[in-house]
Design a protein around this ligand. Structure first.
Ligand SMILES: [Ca+2]
Ligand SMILES: [Ca+2]
Ligand SMILES: [Ca+2]
Ligand SMILES: [Ca+2]
Length: 274
């Protein structure tokens, strides 16, 4: 293994983006060795362009990173409205409805209240922009007080649902749970170039002006998960699937091992020359 190979691998980033199932021609994720097609892809009939583009889910160390040209912090204006970031919904038992499996709602455009008894997600990372704070809540798949979420605005984008978490319904009121599984502030990086994204996250994306949201996932003890994100209009949605947990070595350890390896190699060379 050459030193260059070792250095490349020391990024330890894994692209977990999968097919969002809404564009039949798409090929997704670097695992298939054919490149990322969330990059430059929005949902059918929608506005194109980098500011509407969600690009990749990447796992690095114990963090989940969401990358897009979309302005996660302030949202994006279009059609006289501002469309804000949604929340990260997580399924851990392969029964959530999303993409082509997501029901089409009746009636015209507008934000609707959805019931998690239908959508079957197990956790939500409830993002609060522009404050950068997040809370992780466990969602109920079946209880009469089941968790509620809000739909995207446009009915033609219902396959992008769900958009944001509302809370638990009791009677006519919907309130956020009083206890969170985990809380914190997201990492947020804005205006990164294609070159910076490749160097820092190991994914090749186009369009420049990339924004990155990073969340500590050390609260998640399971091996597998599926995660889903969209923004208010549902113009683009993105799905990631992790197999094997977040237990990926951190770069400090890798660099230390690499340093040790080079030192050992140098020592071996000295011995050989004697
Ligand atoms: Ca996209
Ligand atoms: Ca892009
Ligand atoms: Ca589920
Ligand atoms: Ca998409």
């Amino acid at each position: 293994m050459s030193a260059m190979t070792v250095l490349t691998q020391s990024i330890w980033a894994v692209d977990i983006t999968i097919n969002d199932t809404m564009n039949s021609g798409g090929v997704y994720g670097t695992d298939s060795r054919v490149g990322i097609r969330e990059d430059g892809e929005v949902e059918p009939r929608n506005l194109t362009g980098q500011v509407w583009d969600l690009e990749a889910f990447v796992v690095q160390n114990q963090k989940l990173y969401l990358i897009g040209g979309f302005n996660f912090l302030n949202g994006q204006s279009g059609n006289g409205m501002t469309f804000r970031s949604g929340d990260l919904f997580i399924d851990n038992n392969n029964n959530a409805l999303w993409g082509a499996g997501s029901p089409t709602l009746s009636g015209g455009d507008g934000y609707r209240i959805l019931n998690n008894r239908v959508y079957q997600f197990n956790y939500v990372i409830d993002l609060s922009f522009p404050s950068y704070a997040y809370n992780v809540y466990e969602l109920d798949e079946s209880a009469s007080t089941a968790d509620r979420m809000r739909s995207v605005y446009y009915r033609e984008n219902d396959e992008s649902n769900p958009w944001e978490y509302l809370g638990e319904q009791s009677g006519t009121s919907i309130t956020k749970p009083t206890t969170a599984l985990a809380s914190g502030n997201v990492d947020y990086f804005t205006g990164l170039s294609d070159v910076q994204i490749l160097a820092d996250y190991g994914v090749s994306l186009t369009g420049g002006g990339h924004n990155v949201v990073g969340i500590d996932m050390s609260w998640y003890t399971g091996d597998d998960l599926l995660t889903h994100f969209t923004f208010g209009c549902g113009n683009d949605a993105i799905v990631g699937e992790l197999r094997g947990g977040f237990d990926v070595p951190d770069p400090g350890t890798t660099l230390m091992l690499l340093g040790f390896g080079l030192t050992a190699l140098a020592a071996a060379n000295r011995k050989l020359r004697r």
